[in-house]
Design a protein around this ligand. Structure first.
Ligand SMILES: NC(=O)c1ccc[n+]([C@@H]2O[C@H](COP(=O)([O-])OP(=O)(O)OC[C@H]3O[C@@H](n4cnc5c(N)ncnc54)[C@H](OP(=O)(O)O)[C@@H]3O)[C@@H](O)[C@H]2O)c1
Length: 294
């Protein structure tokens, strides 16, 4: 018998998840607050459920993908739905915090339901493809018992830990890398505009320097992990030349009236490191001045 899966939330991402499951020949029931979004999936073979209760009733796995955990709570923690979750696996793929995932896992346990929490590190077009990345946390045995289900969602679905909060924590950490780059790009664009540099020229330089930046990030993560903060023969640079070049950026940003919020934040971390006497240390020593100290 086919595994029956209820997909609650048929937005952009939920639609992609449901489509991938239909393609993999699961018995898919879909429910969405705005019901007409289910029609294209029904045309592909899913059963459109009129209520959450109908979707959940005979399903083995309850996949939730709505806007936030409050929305999930409003769907599952109802007298007509919660008792139906007993013995089933809830897979929460809505974005959230580690705390939210741990609380949801504990609530599921109180209903005698199993729970895995996931974070999707991909856009909907990656779902169901070999490059689709989803991080999943919670009991490893539950993940391994549902391999076919997870494989249908993407080729790079990884179990990242038994703590149900781990996937969301890792998600925020990766998003920090993403927004660091995107906000850096916004500042680059503002500088180019102020200096009348055509943006295609910036694109050319981004292509040229992206591998260098990637190498710096790899080196920073590696050295911080090893606690190698003193400059050594392998150091790519110490804090001092970074701080010196940073002054040029700061001056330019201020002279053009570009929002100084980003450079002021960078400056504060640089100054903590310098005040601590670490100017001649490897740039990795900067991590001691942003991270919470043990
Ligand atoms: N899109 C991406 O690239 C992407 C990537 C990674 C992770 N995610 C995560 O995936 C989740 C969904 O994102 P999305 O892009 O699919 O957003 P979306 O297109 O805006 O869809 C949001 C979904 O949540 C439902 N919803 C919102 N509030 C609700 C409530 N109170 N009760 C019931 N349903 C409710 C919406 O129902 P209605 O249709 O009725 O409004 C819709 O199905 C988010 O947690 C997002 O962070 C998205």
């Amino acid at each position: 018998m086919k595994t029956a899966i209820a997909v609650l939330g048929i937005g952009r991402m939920g639609s992609a998840l449901a489509r991938a499951l239909i393609r993999a020949d699961f018995d898919v029931r879909v429910w969405n607050r705005t019901a007409d979004k289910c029609a294209p999936l029904a045309a592909l073979g899913a059963t459109a459920a009129a209520t959450v209760r109908d979707a959940v009733a005979d399903s083995d796995i309850i996949l939730v993908n709505v806007s936030d955990y409050d929305a999930t709570r409003s769907l599952l923690r109802r007298d007509d739905v919660a008792p139906l979750l007993t013995g089933k696996l809830i897979v929460e793929l809505t974005s959230g915090t580690p705390k939210g995932a741990r609380e949801a896992s504990s609530w599921a346990g109180s209903q005698d339901a199993s729970y895995l929490d996931g974070a999707i590190l991909a856009t909907p077009d990656y779902i169901g493809t070999d490059a689709g990345t989803i991080l999943v946390s919670g009991p490893a045995s539950l993940f391994h018992d549902s391999q076919d289900f997870f494989r249908a969602l993407g080729g790079n679905v990884q179990h990242v830990g038994d703590d149900p909060g781990r996937a969301n924590a890792m998600d925020s950490s990766v998003l920090s890398l993403m927004w660091g780059t995107l906000f850096g790009a916004l500042q680059s664009i503002a500088i180019c505009k102020a200096e009348a540099i055509p943006l295609p020229d910036l694109a050319t330089q981004w292509t040229a320097t992206a591998p260098v930046i990637e190498g710096l990030v790899d080196d920073l993560i590696g050295r911080t992990g090893q606690g190698r903060f003193a400059a050594d023969a392998d150091s790519l640079s110490t804090i001092a030349p970074h701080f010196s070049a940073f002054q040029h950026l700061r001056e330019l940003v201020n002279s053009h009236g570009v929002d100084p919020g980003l450079v002021n934040a960078y400056d504060a971390v640089f100054r903590r490191a310098i005040t601590a006497g670490q100017e001649q240390d490897d740039f990795a020593a900067m991590s001691l001045h942003l991270a919470r100290q043990a």
